[in-house]
Design a protein around this ligand. Structure first.
Ligand code: SF4
Length: 348
């Protein structure tokens, strides 16, 4: 442990200030904090709660139903990151749809799906574009590449999301946010500065033990002052201006829209959809998709978990009916899901 990390650890274990609820917005933070055993260092009056930063977890049930409709009704080949395949839809997951004839192929990036479209001109390839500011540029690049090449057998089913309005929707749920460093690497720090001006506190955190200890210690130190604060604790990666080329690409290909978040409902202007110039690559338009509304399993409390209103172990089916092998909700499926983290590391 380096000197900075030791100093941060000492600040954390000796904290005697007011009770604090800190929200890990990012699922990777949740998993890293568990894996590194950092929760055990926290005094009793400091609570870590999970937030809505896992892309798979916040993707609503209806999106899975839409993907299944494209596969079974339109015969499209669905390409997606692996996690999404096991997320339950209203009646089945994409894995279940396979048994009914759906073709679902995992890919590592949207450009892999574009390559699949090039190689298989007789197939209609649809990529499931989920995620935040971090992954949206690669979905935009895929649409841009397909447009340039004039591919007619590639499209995106979008559920891309942006964080600023989600933070507003979460107002009051935590005393401070542990902001997701990789999102801010794209957006820059102005979002967090704006939130501070509105009275919302938080720090941008990296992912190593030293970076996480430092971020938590900075929160505890600043909490003593009892006024809103923001500190970028991940300056080696997050620059104030973010990543301008990625921002420019997103701006060119997509535009903001209202979108549904699992558990949080529809948050105005918190999603991204393809601009009209890219309509040929928008699967909903291309296939004249009807409105499809999903119905979440009533036993699943993912929505409350994602807002920090309950812990995974408060859910009655956690670890019993709902396990990583047989997930009932998205938070148990994803590598970044809070329920999966609590299950894997024995969280309480
Ligand atoms: S334990 Fe399973 S059912 Fe309960 S909230 Fe988590 S994912 Fe949903």
């Amino acid at each position: 442990m380096n000197e900075q990390a030791k100093k941060a650890r000492d600040i954390i274990v000796n904290y005697k200030g007011r009770p604090l609820r800190i929200m890990e917005v990012c699922g990777t933070h949740t998993h890293e904090i568990f894996k590194l055993g950092l929760r055990k260092l926290l005094p009793e009056n400091v609570e870590l709660i999970s937030g809505p930063g896992c892309p798979v977890c916040v993707t609503p049930v209806g999106f899975i139903d839409e993907a299944i409709w494209l596969a079974l009704e339109k015969g499209c080949v669905i390409t997606t990151f692996g996690d999404l395949i096991r997320v339950p839809g209203t009646e089945m997951s994409l894995a279940g749809a396979r048994a009914k004839g759906a073709v679902v192929r995992p890919v590592y990036s949207p450009l892999d799906a574009v390559e699949m479209a090039r190689q298989n001109p007789d197939e209609q390839i649809v990529f499931l574009a989920v995620g935040f500011e971090t992954t949206t540029p690669s979905a935009c690049l895929a649409a841009e590449t397909a447009k340039k090449e004039g591919l007619t057998n590639f499209s995106l089913l979008t559920a891309n999301k942006t964080m600023p309005n989600a933070y507003a929707a979460l107002e009051g749920s935590a005393d401070a946010f542990l902001y997701p460093g990789h999102v801010n690497a794209i957006t820059g720090t102005s979002i967090c500065e704006d939130l501070k001006d509105k009275g919302v506190s938080g720090v941008i955190a990296g992912f190593t033990a030293s970076e996480l200890l430092t971020a938590l210690a900075v929160i505890l130190k600043n909490a003593e002052k009892d006024e809103p604060f923001f500190v970028n604790c991940y300056p080696r990666v997050v620059k104030p201006e973010g990543n301008p080329p990625a921002q420019k690409l997103i701006e060119k290909v997509m535009e903001p829209c209202d979108t549904e978040w699992r558990g949080l409902g529809v948050i105005p202007m918190s999603g991204m959809k393809l601009r009209d110039e890219y309509a040929d690559f928008d699967a909903r338009k291309k296939y004249a998709m009807p409105e499809i509304k999903g119905r979440p399993n009533p036993a699943c409390r993912c929505g409350e978990v994602l807002q920090g209103k309950c812990k995974p172990c408060d859910c009655k089916v956690f670890g019993k009916v709902c396990t990583p092998e047989h997930p009932v909700g998205a938070c148990m499926v994803s590598d970044e899901g809070a329920c999966a983290a609590y299950y894997q590391y024995g969280g309480i």
